[in-house]
Design a protein around this ligand. Structure first.
Ligand code: SAH
Ligand code: SF4
Length: 392
């Protein structure tokens, strides 16, 4: 008598496992742990999506895998390509929700921007994902599947067996440190030499400042860290990044210093979204300099990355004019803080930071909350003329 294979949904999705997890799974099938390494390499290094092609695995093992496991990627809804080579993919994650990933090619690297949640519960004022509210956490498989798909799609596209994606930034939709248990195995798969073999310095987690999880990440899987600062004082940051009310700047910067003891890089990247008339004045730059220089005994070792705000209609905010961004950058640089201005990529396909909309069913009504807050709008800084279009 033959037993039918379980429904695909009842089978273990092998994209959910880091190598350690896959080894444990192999043991449950009565297989030696080292088989997991072979399997892991087939999946992540060769992009296999079925067991038949894994010809160096014993037929008996392949049979067991067919019955108990699957390699289930995300279903692709759309793919858009920018004139600058940026590619954006929209993936269906079920229940009416979708998430996006973006590939950004540069001369010396290929970066994939990966999503960690459908929507986001933090609700930052200037972020399109935040305005949609939160639907759900992605699973490890759904996070890894973005890289698995993109890497093997791009290898085919460029007709190469060499690695195309050299850097991953967790800067897509969602707050990665509010999806910690799914994030860590995904990061380990990215770093594993039998997986994607990415350097710790080239995998960046970006966070709005979930302090306790920053401490855990330092212990569990230290990778490069970017912290979304956006404001040099608590009053302003409370308004722009609501999580600041829970973890104010002093606590956040303490956590940055603790992280630095374990980090693969000797600096934290602070992201600072430049909002016209809101956080882009000389006094903000001066406060920022004082903040990072004089926090704790020795300040915080950091680089500043200024992001020109990418506007979207519901935000009610505009982009700082280019000359104001440059003046802000100069003030920081003159004070000895390494400062860069992020190039906006994929503009023509809405693939820039904060524009990743996906499509999310807001279960937490964060979107509504932000809309209400907008009526208690920030007062523009006196003397700062708001530009009409948000562009220079
Ligand atoms: N939740 C994480 C990671 C995703 S957002 C975080 O907040 O860090 C990635 C980066 O894009 C963050 O620095 C975020 O502040 C920035 N961002 C969000 N909306 C933006 C917008 N409209 N324009 C420019 N940058 C934006
Ligand atoms: Fe969430 Fe980051 Fe957007 Fe804030 S900026 S709402 S934390 S995704």
């Amino acid at each position: 008598m033959t037993t039918a294979s379980p429904e695909p949904s009842r089978r273990a999705n092998l994209l959910d496992f880091d190598l350690e997890g896959l080894a444990a799974f192999c043991e449950t099938l009565g297989e030696k742990r080292f088989r997991a390494t072979q399997l892991f390499r087939w999946i992540h290094q060769r992009g296999a999506s079925g067991f038949d092609q894994m010809t160096d695995l014993a037929k008996s093992l392949r049979g067991k895998l067919q019955g108990a496991a699957c390699i289930q990627g995300l279903s692709l809804l759309t793919q858009q390509e920018s004139s600058d080579g940026t590619i954006k993919w929209l993936f269906d994650v079920g229940g009416g929700n979708a998430v996006e990933s973006v590939f950004i090619p540069e001369d010396d690297r290929g970066t994939l921007c990966v999503s960690s949640q459908a929507g986001c519960a933090v609700g930052c004022r200037f972020c399109s994902t935040g305005h949609q509210g939160f639907a759900r956490n992605l699973s490890t498989a759904e996070i890894v599947a973005q890289l698995w798909f993109a890497e093997h799609f791009l290898r085919k596209r460029f007709n190469t067996s060499d690695r195309v994606i050299s850097n991953v930034v967790m800067m897509g939709m969602g707050e990665p440190l509010q999806n910690y248990s799914a994030l860590v195995p995904a990061l380990r798969t990215m770093l594993d030499d039998h997986g994607y073999g990415l350097s710790r310095r080239r995998v960046t987690v970006s966070t709005s400042g979930v302090v306790p999880m920053m401490d855990r990440l330092a212990q569990d899987c230290p990778v490069a860290l970017a912290v979304s600062l956006h404001a040099p004082n608590d009053v302003l940051r409370d308004n722009l990044v609501p999580l600041n009310r829970k973890y104010p700047l002093a606590e956040l910067l303490d956590a940055c210093n603790r992280y630095l003891e374990f980090a693969p890089r000797d600096f934290i990247t602070f992201e600072y979204c430049m909002l016209d008339g809101v956080n882009d004045q000389p006094e903000h730059a001066d406060q920022l300099i004082t903040l990072v220089r004089h926090h704790g005994a020795r300040g915080v070792s950091c680089k500043l990355n200024l992001i020109p705000f990418n506007p979207f209609p519901q935000s009610g905010l505009t982009r700082s004019p280019h000359n104001r961004v440059l003046a802000f950058a100069k003030r920081l640089s003159d004070a000895g803080i390494v400062t860069t201005v992020r190039k906006t990529r994929g503009d023509d396909i809405d693939a820039a930071c904060g524009q990743l909309a996906g499509d999310v069913r807001d279960r937490t009504r964060v979107g509504e909350r932000i809309a209400q807050q907008r009526t208690i709008m920030l007062k523009p800084v006196p003397g700062a003329p708001a530009t009409k279009e948000g562009n220079p």
